[in-house]
Design a protein around this ligand. Structure first.
Ligand SMILES: C[S@@+](CC[C@H](N)C(=O)[O-])C[C@H]1O[C@@H](n2cnc3c(N)ncnc32)[C@H](O)[C@@H]1O
Length: 279
């Protein structure tokens, strides 16, 4: 099945700093690279890659640690972000594909990535952009392109409490609407651990495990600056924080803190790994 998403969202956002929005530091990102063990991999896919910052980080990690960098492939749905990735990765000799992760197919040449292509697939902060009805297809697609014995590493939000998840969904809907990301306002799906581990297992993955739990640290002023136009920034920021006021369970659990005109939202995240069996 092919998902025809609207392109507007990440074409419209243009240049933005995903890690600054989420409050990620280099220690967290380096943990992905440690788990990935690039010295043991020949081919790595950065899927749903945005501007290619994760693949670029891996390239730099390899340079710093004097490791031969594996062949890097990045795949991204937005044409604008794909162009940013091509520029960012010019030195890294990476292959940049404007494509759909659900089919692992290029959107211009229509060439499909063959089965068993990669030793590693990594996804950072993106799986919540795939609608619920396509989530299983996402992990099946990743499984297909991994080599037997290959590793999938996902860094993303992961909830134990479905009520907190539903509340974040409402907050994100307000932010996405003001940012003009209508497709995401309709289709985003934040996952519970039960859902992610269940879908990975149904796809055939084994050894599904939490490698590191952490908190996203989302500062409302950074969200406002990165996503909202100057003309509507104040109004959008207020509506975004008003949606946070309504997130009763998240507030009860200390996940949203207000300080003067700014809020800090702490959302549960996890680096999860899952392996494709050898046979
Ligand atoms: C929140 S951004 C994260 C980008 C990047 N991984 C990072 O951490 O900076 C999610 C990205 O997933 C891309 N995306 C959404 N649906 C996709 C699909 N079906 N196939 C490939 N990429 C997709 C979006 O265009 C967007 O660039």
């Amino acid at each position: 099945m092919v998902l025809l998403q609207e392109d507007r969202g990440f074409d419209l956002v243009g240049k933005y700093d995903q890690d600054a929005i989420n409050g990620f530091d280099s220690q967290l990102i380096n943990q992905i690279f440690r788990l990935l063990e690039p010295e043991k991999a020949e081919t790595v896919l950065d899927a749903m890659a945005g501007d290619g910052n994760l693949a670029h980080g891996l390239y730099q990690y390899c340079v710093t640690h004097k490791i031969d960098c594996p062949k890097l492939v990045v795949l991204e749905y937005s044409q604008v972000q794909t162009k940013f990735a091509s520029n960012k990765l010019a030195q890294a000799n990476a292959e940049v594909i404007w494509g759909d992760v659900l089919t692992m197919t290029s959107r211009d040449s229509h060439i499909r990535i063959p089965d068993n292509s990669f030793d590693r697939v990594m996804i950072k902060s993106s799986n919540h952009e795939i609608p619920r009805s396509y989530q299983l297809e996402l992990y099946r697609s990743i499984y297909r392109v991994l080599k037997p014995g290959g590793l999938f590493i996902n860094l993303g939000m992961l909830f134990d409490d479905p009520q907190e998840r539903d509340e974040l969904r409402e907050i994100a809907r307000v932010k996405d609407t003001y940012a003009g990301m209508d497709d995401l306002a309709k289709n985003r799906h934040f996952l519970t651990r039960e859902e992610l581990y269940g879908w990975l297992t149904t796809s055939g993955f084994v050894n599904v495990k939490c490698e590191q739990a952490f908190n996203y640290r989302i500062n409302s002023s950074i969200v406002a600056q990165q996503y909202f136009s100057e003309e509507q920034r104040l109004q959008a920021d207020l509506e975004h924080q008003a949606a946070q006021v309504r997130a009763y369970r998240m507030r009860l659990n200390g996940r949203i803190q207000f300080d003067r005109n700014v809020s800090l939202m702490l959302c549960p995240g996890e680096i999860t790994t899952a392996r494709k069996p050898l046979v």
